[in-house]
Design a protein around this ligand. Structure first.
Ligand code: OGA
Ligand code: NI
Length: 209
């Protein structure tokens, strides 16, 4: 079964290849979106989020002055509530491979919570010592986000920067190796799902956090 038409995927993939990023509002259908937010809230309440680290594998470190978020790693069969979301991701990978000849195989995803006052300084999502992240995928859960809440995603393009408001059910895709970006200081608690589509399967990186 398929969630979006080939025409829709073609349209998004074209924008991504032309501009290095694409924004899709109201991306998930209500049921899939609601199940994800329920799961997010349960894991926060159960204290399952951990302080995020930077770097890959044996180079991981926690540096407060670079990123201040807390994360909970997800994978395909871990939670009932995210099964359909991962079916959507499988469809995304299928069409990116088909339309861009990308050879993506595998992905890694985590929920992220930024408490008030936290941010993520300017960075590239592709680690120096592990360069298999091809496409960054972000989805926001901030229902009542308003100007002044902060936590915008700032993307640095060569000719300009743009700021993306982290509004509920907004999807952002960008090329992990090409676009530097940062999360501006958030004033309100900021909820998101962040993932990367990989050139090879993840080497179980999520087990280490
Ligand atoms: C990241 C990241 C951006 C965002 O987790 O690497 O840049 O808007 N997140 O949450
Ligand atoms: Ni990033």
């Amino acid at each position: 079964m398929s969630y979006y038409t080939e025409e829709q995927w073609t349209n998004w993939v074209d924008l991504l290849s032309e501009n290095d990023y694409v924004i899709v509002d109201n991306f998930l259908d209500t049921e899939i979106y609601t199940n994800l937010t329920t799961l997010f809230n349960c894991k926060i309440e159960d204290d399952k989020f951990k302080k995020a680290a930077i770097g890959a594998l044996n180079n991981r470190e926690i540096v407060e002055s670079i990123r201040g978020d807390f994360t909970y790693w997800l994978y395909k069969d871990k939670n009932e509530e995210s099964i359909k979301f991962f079916e959507v991701v499988d469809e995304m990978v299928f069409y990116l491979n088909k339309l861009c000849f990308l050879s993506l195989s595998g992905y890694e995803f985590h929920f992220a919570f930024y408490p008030p006052g936290s941010f993520y300084a300017k960075h590239l999502d592709r680690f120096k010592n592990r360069s298999n992240r091809m496409i960054s995928v972000i989805l926001y859960f901030n229902e009542d986000w308003k100007t002044g809440d902060g936590g915008e995603l700032r993307i640095f393009k060569t000719e300009r920067t743009l700021e993306i408001q982290p509004k509920a059910n907004r999807l952002v895709l960008f090329k992990s190796g090409d676009l530097e970006h940062e999360v501006l200081v958030t004033q309100a608690g900021r909820k998101s799902l962040t993932g990367w589509l990989l050139y090879q399967p993840a080497s179980l990186g999520y087990l280490l956090t």
